[in-house]
Ligand binder design. Structure first.
Ligand code: NAD
Ligand code: DAU
Length: 351
């Protein structure tokens, strides 16, 4: 069956993996990738598929209702997979307003355009909103987030994502818009912007720079290889009942400091440096404001109902990720531009 699908944020980290999977797996679908190409969006992430006949890129800003409505007038999409967002917690602490515009207003613009386009026939249409486990707050008591855990967002980023989730559900309840939401844990893998912990540490180790670990490195995250997230999105898009929410996670909790030590071992091996060299770069720095202690996802509903499970063990995924970054020096060097250096100075040096 043919489908006309809009993927937003497809030039970013997770979005590029989702676009690649859909373009390659479904040659009968038409995939439109809408992205503003902010600092986090990079068409080099999709260089291998840009010439495919079922793929089209559109540069647009989801905060502009005009741009979004005009795109929906040209194509009344059958499905929307919405990933475009401001995604970095530290940037949300430094400048929350951008997160409110993109993550909340941008989502509402897409919901309005889909509602307008689908008003006469919502059959076989789907608005799929990609969200995060951070909306549930911090699982300090050792419990796991399930789909019915109450929302308790604690950073401007997670509050903006929680707000967008609420709006997506409100459009389902009020206008019967067919929606699904998934909330995923921390992703890692190729094409992640090096402001996030794992690629930042890989890049710093490679360049013999300090590895900044916030606080005492005791915070815990549940890590999932990005291609496993993309596979879950594919399954949910095709199989989930409208109105449902699924949690996605790796069942793979790591304290930041233990993860960094594991990464240091892999880097020493790959760079043929004496064991312990990279760990010597670990530097404990001022903690993130309001730093959530622990995220932990229970993804058993997705596993039971749709048969998904993570495919990679963490050590294997981490080694694969390191190898990818070391082999893709040109990609990395294009990103480590003036803007990145300015961000790095503000975030880590001039504090
Ligand atoms: P990213 O920052 O790498 O990519 C975001 C993309 O959105 C970029 O290509 C950017 O150019 C685009 N974008 C930003 N503002 C836009 C605007 N106004 N209009 C159009 N495009 C815009 O983010 P990511 O890590 O790939 O995350 C993608 C989605 O997944 C986000 O919604 C995020 O909240 C969610 N998520 C991320 C993770 C994670 O670990 N990275 C985990 C769970 C959920
Ligand atoms: O849980 C899902 C979320 O994971 C996504 O919704 C976000 O978009 C994504 O950015 C990610 O958020 P985190 O804040 O968990 O990821 P980050 O890579 O920024 O940080 C991971 C952990 O490492 C966190 O506890 C903070 C810490 N950290 C981070 C950086 C950048 C450091 O100790 N040092 C650093 O330099």
């Amino acid at each position: 069956m043919t489908k006309n699908i809009l993927i937003t944020g497809g030039a970013g980290f997770i979005g590029s993996h989702v676009v690649r999977l859909f373009v390659k797996k479904y040659p009968q679908y038409k995939i439109v990738n809408l992205d503003k190409l902010t600092y986090a969006g990079n068409l080099e992430n999709l260089a291998d598929i840009e010439g495919m006949p079922n793929y089209k890129f559109v540069k647009a800003d989801i905060t502009s209702a005009e741009e979004i409505f005009s795109l929906f007038k040209e194509n009344c999409f059958d499905g929307v997979i919405h990933l475009a967002a401001e995604s970095h917690v530290d940037r949300s602490i430094a400048n929350p307003v951008e997160f409110i515009f993109t993550n909340i207003i941008g989502t509402v613009n897409l919901l309005n355009a889909a509602r307008d386009c689908w008003k006469d026939n919502m059959q076989d249409k789907l608005f799929y909103h990609i969200s995060t486990d951070e909306v549930y707050g911090s699982a300090d008591d050792g419990s796991f987030f399930t789909e019915s855990t109450s929302y308790d967002p604690k950073s401007p980023y997670s509050a903006s994502k929680a707000s967008s989730d609420h709006l997506v559900r409100a459009y389902h309840n009020t206008y019967r818009l067919p929606v699904v939401i998934s909330n995923c844990s921390n992703n890692y893998g190729p094409y992640q912007f090096p402001e996030k912990l794992i690629p930042l540490a890989i890049n710093n180790i490679k360049n013999n720079k300090q590895i900044p670990v916030y606080g005492k490195g005791e915070n815990i995250r549940d890590w999932l290889y990005v291609e496993d997230h993309a596979r879950a999105i594919d399954l949910i898009f095709h199989k989930a009942e409208p109105g449902k929410t699924y949690n996605i996670g790796g069942n793979n909790e790591w304290k930041n400091i233990d993860l960094i030590k594991k990464l240091c071992e892999i880097m020493d091996d790959r760079l043929k440096r004496p064991a312990g060299t990279s760990a010597g770069l670990i530097t404990f720095v001022k903690d993130r404001a309001g730093h959530d202690l622990r995220y932990a996802i229970d993804s058993s509903m997705l596993q039971k109902e749709l048969g998904w499970k993570p495919s990679l063990q963490f050590e294997e995924g981490l080694a694969k990720t390191v190898d990818w970054y070391l082999a893709n020096d040109t990609w990395l060097s294009h990103i480590i531009s003036g803007d990145y250096e300015k961000y790095y100075e503000n975030q880590y040096v001039n504090r």
